[in-house]
Design a protein around this ligand. Structure first.
Ligand SMILES: NC(=O)c1ccc[n+]([C@@H]2O[C@H](COP(=O)([O-])OP(=O)(O)OC[C@H]3O[C@@H](n4cnc5c(N)ncnc54)[C@H](OP(=O)(O)O)[C@@H]3O)[C@@H](O)[C@H]2O)c1
Length: 314
């Protein structure tokens, strides 16, 4: 199994499994983690061989980036891949999505400061705005790349048409968007397009916010301030349908002496359309367990069995 993947046309290389940090730094999607726990999660990831850390300005309005910056001080910066994102202007107190070159250039400078580093390995436009021509926004990132401030250019939550427009000059290295075994809308058109154009793909919510770990049985409920309380995947009839598909992963996991979560993560790692899988975590032991997915090597038959079990979500 290859232990490194290359990001698009850039020189950035990463482990095939990274760490998602939207629970680190108080994004308020979930009941908050405190800073010590957040820091510990990031450090545990690095100590367990994960090189890519996925953060964003909007995760705690800069606080996730600050904690990631604090955590990486104890490690060799050059071995790490820091991915962050920006597009939200909060200066009026309301969120306004902006991709204009002036704003994005300033956002990159702000992220560099919060991360305490002089370069960002992957910088994503977090969301598309309505007005800025996409190639113009990406052109601003290209200039930052020429200055050595970022090393690879990404876009996130862009439609296929928007990706094509953004990549008019061939500068886009990586796309991040929602994709999982239970959310495969991008599988038919977008992922093959990215592959053909040497653009890496990073799926978010790979564990379907924990549902694909196999830890849920029947009857689940979340507090109101937890984003999962409103997610359709945790409501019937979808919920039971997913639990049934997850059951098909159990014997495959057992055959590898692995957990369901590790086996699901191994499915993404083996998937040729996927570059780096970035599961999030709320506890260090989840990070330790998830990092071990990099040692689980599925056979072609097992890959297909899992693929088939989730066919209905394509
Ligand atoms: N670009 C974007 O717009 C965007 C949007 C969303 C997310 N993201 C990125 O994608 C990353 C991943 O998404 P996510 O973290 O929201 O969802 P996820 O990876 O699908 O699920 C992560 C959650 O599953 C549970 N979990 C993780 N490992 C586990 C294990 N081994 N055993 C049992 N439970 C486990 C934890 O929650 P519990 O302990 O609470 O169950 C954890 O917070 C984010 O952190 C973020 O970096 C990007």
């Amino acid at each position: 199994m290859s232990n490194t993947v290359k990001i698009g046309k850039s020189e950035v290389t990463s482990t095939p499994l990274g760490l998602g940090t939207n629970a680190v730094g108080g994004y308020n999607l979930f009941p908050n983690l405190n800073d010590d726990d957040g820091l510990n999660i990031v450090k545990t990831g690095i100590e367990n061989g994960i090189t890519l850390l996925d953060t964003a300005y909007v995760y705690g309005l800069g606080h996730s980036e600050e904690l990631v910056g604090q955590a990486i001080k104890d490690f060799d910066r050059h071995k790490l891949v820091i991915a962050t994102k920006g597009a939200q202007d909060m200066s009026t107190g309301e969120e306004v999505v902006r991709n204009d070159p002036k704003f994005i250039t300033q956002q990159v400078e702000n992220s560099l400061k919060r991360l305490g580093t002089d370069y960002i390995d992957i910088y994503y436009l977090h969301f598309p705005d309505k007005d800025t021509p996409k190639a113009e926004a990406v052109g601003a990132l290209e200039r930052l790349r020429e200055q050595g401030k970022i090393r690879a250019i990404g876009v996130s939550n862009f439609s296929l048409d928007q990706i094509k427009e953004a990549n008019a000059d061939g500068y886009v290295d990586v796309v991040e968007d929602q994709f999982s075994l239970v959310h495969q809308d991008l599988g038919a058109e977008t992922l093959p397009y990215l592959k053909q154009n040497n653009i890496s793909f990073v799926p978010y919510f790979p564990l379907a916010s924990g549902l694909l770990t196999g830890k849920y049985q029947h009857d689940v409920s979340f507090p109101k301030d937890d984003i999962r309380s409103g997610m359709p995947i945790f409501q019937e009839p979808l919920y039971s349908q997913i639990l049934k598909a997850v059951d098909t992963v159990r014997p495959i996991a057992e055959a590898h002496d692995a957990t369901v979560a590790q086996t699901v993560l191994a499915w993404y790692i083996k998937n040729p359309l996927i570059s780096v899988v970035i599961p999030g975590a709320k506890k260090p032991d989840q990070v330790v367990a998830n990092a071990k997915a990099m040692t689980v090597e599925l056979t072609d038959k097992e890959f297909k069995q899992i693929d088939d079990a989730f066919e209905t979500f394509k």
